[in-house]
Design a protein around this ligand. Sequence first.
Ligand SMILES: Cc1cc2nc3c(=O)[nH]c(=O)nc-3n(C[C@H](O)[C@H](O)[C@H](O)COP(=O)(O)O)c2cc1C
Length: 364
Amino acid sequence: MYRLVYWLVLQRLPAEGTHRVSFGLLRLVCMVPGVKALLRWWFTPGDPILRVTALGKEFPSPLGLAAGFDKNAEGVRELSALGFGFIEIGTVTAEAQPGNPRPRLFRLPRDRALVNRMGFNNHGAKAAGDRLVRRPSDIVLGINIGKTKRVAEEDAIADFTASAEELAALADYLVVNVSSPNTPGLRNLQAMDKLRPLLAAVRAKCDEVSPMRRVPLLVKIAPDLADDDIDAVADLALELGLDGIIATNTTIARTGLATPDAEVAALGAGGLSGAPLKQRSLAVLQRLRARVGTRLVLVAVGGIETAEDAYARIRAGATLVQGYSAFIYEGPGWPKRLQRGLAAKLRAEGFARLSDAIGADVMS
Ligand SMILES: Cc1cc2nc3c(=O)[nH]c(=O)nc-3n(C[C@H](O)[C@H](O)[C@H](O)COP(=O)(O)O)c2cc1C
């Protein structure tokens, strides 16, 4: 049904407007008493085989909504009611900012891909924190933080720690995002001499604001890193006692697309997500797993569309998986479909629980 509406109507409308309207509609219908509970009942797989313990939490399922969909924590309950095992909000920056001029989000339907240069449009850390104070404790929530655009690269640490100060205590896990291509200079922070003091400072801030509960800290990396740099980030994460790595963000590459080059070029700069990212994201995950083994929680994201995709990432070593573009193309039934398929796959392959499948390809 959603796919039909998508092909007939939604894909003809501007991408960002459609996103805003659909997200707004979801929140609106959820204001009707009982609707959220009904959605939750209908969409949540509730299959015990999907449960997984990670980052000190029990996740009802390994499938999460990736960062960028709910940048301001405006619909955590409503999105969770669509059956996601966890929600990652953000990227949130210390200061509110408008993001890049529109248009800044584009569909490439032939490639089941998106190009975006949103530029961290968000209401700022204080506003997100205010919204999250009353969030239900039964939803697993990740908070993704990034650098305010107007802040210079050399002042990035203070900017990130200001966000961490506001948000860390509210997060089941916190993510340092140094991999979005749409904030000038952000990805330079992936270089070791910049990343080490940044991650160490955010780690220290988390411990300061939440001394009783250690807030798990992860770093989200770009698929465009050279292999040696992936190894270096992995080693650093271990050295600093981080909890995990999210791989990957969008890519600046434009290779292997079915959409004609001229059409792609006309869209301009931005990060490419969706199906074309699948292979590279998987390769980054495999490299990380080879480097860190089971010492870090690996979260796979990038081109995950089907139960088979999710299953392949889990077998390659991911404990958790996330998606964004497939949710846009497939609609509200997507999380349920993927999770049912994943549960069936696990059973068919003889696994009693998801955790037994994590890294199965690596160990055999
Ligand atoms: C419109 C859009 C906005 C995004 N915004 C963010 C963001 O603010 N922070 C972030 O870490 N990732 C952001 N992402 C990246 C996604 O979280 C994800 O890493 C990427 O899209 C690859 O997953 P996918 O192929 O399932 O879409 C964004 C992606 C899209 C399409």
